[in-house]
Ligand binder design. Structure first.
Ligand code: T5A
Length: 212
């Protein structure tokens, strides 16, 4: 059986990546392409608990190092339990955030050394995405969208503008360094326009273009 396709969705807060991931999943369903939807943190049974520890506002200060290690622990479990088995079954895996989030948030946002993070990412999982969609927009626009959901802010969303701008900078820099893996989509437009742009840039890399 041919190995599946691993596609990750990345972006700053409220970039609309989850919305677009669901739309892409609907397209795959229409063409009867076997796929799964998953996310980090939170894609495995253990990580549902880890997600609460990482993102909920706590009555104590979660140390940046603890935060980093929790994201990595989440990934180690998620890749082994969910992503690898699905790829081995030939499925397309649509994953909301992955290792590039660690570079962007813990590297850009928290200021951890990039070389160290790359080593830690590798030590956690040797699995590289086949494709990464980066939904890019000014951080102020995304934070406003996230706030408009009316659910309040989680621990990461509560960080200041400087933090979120640094996250965006690292994403764009990583995309520049890995042009063949990244597809950058302008996320500062309507849902429909983002979808159009995503599909135009992605279609030749999807198994469905052979079926059309
Ligand atoms: N993190 C994660 C790390 O720090 N390190 C790591 O290694 C990893 C893996 C995860 C947090 O963890 C951090 C990053 C994050 O801070 P989360 O709760 O999983 O947090 O949330 P996010 O991944 O940030 O995703 P969100 O669901 O908050 O936002 P999305 O996916 O960017 O956006 P989406 O699609 O949910 O849309 C947000 C809102 O905007 C609307 C939607 O309807 C929704 O209300 N919207 C639009 N509005 C206007 N125009 C458009 N084009 C719109 N598209 C969507």
């Amino acid at each position: 059986m041919t190995r599946g396709l691993f596609i990750t969705f990345e972006g700053t807060e409220g970039s609309g990546k989850t919305t677009q991931l669901r739309l892409l999943a609907a397209l795959l369903k229409k063409y009867r392409i076997s796929h799964i939807i998953t996310r980090e943190p939170g894609g495995s049974r253990l990580s549902t608990q880890l997600r609460r520890w990482i993102l909920n506002k706590l009555d104590y200060n979660l140390m940046p190092r603890t935060e980093l290690l929790l994201f990595l622990a989440d990934r180690a479990q998620h890749v082994g339990e969910v992503v690898e088995p699905a790829l081995q079954q030939g499925k397309v895996v649509l994953c909301d955030r992955y290792a590039d989030s660690t570079l962007a948030y813990q590297g850009g946002g928290r200021g951890f050394d990039m070389k160290l993070l790359k080593i830690l990412n590798q030590a956690t999982s040797l699995l590289k995405p086949d494709l990464t969609l980066l939904f890019d927009l000014p951080v102020e626009v995304g934070l406003r969208r996230a706030l408009d959901r009316g659910q309040g802010k989680d621990r990461m969303e509560s960080e200041g503008l400087k933090f979120h701008k640094a996250v965006r900078r690292v994403y764009l820099e990583t995309a520049r360094q890995e042009k063949s893996r990244f597809i950058v989509v302008n996320a500062n437009q309507s849902r429909e326009a983002i979808y159009q742009e995503m599909i135009e840039k992605l279609i030749d890399r999807l198994p469905i273009h052979k079926k059309r």
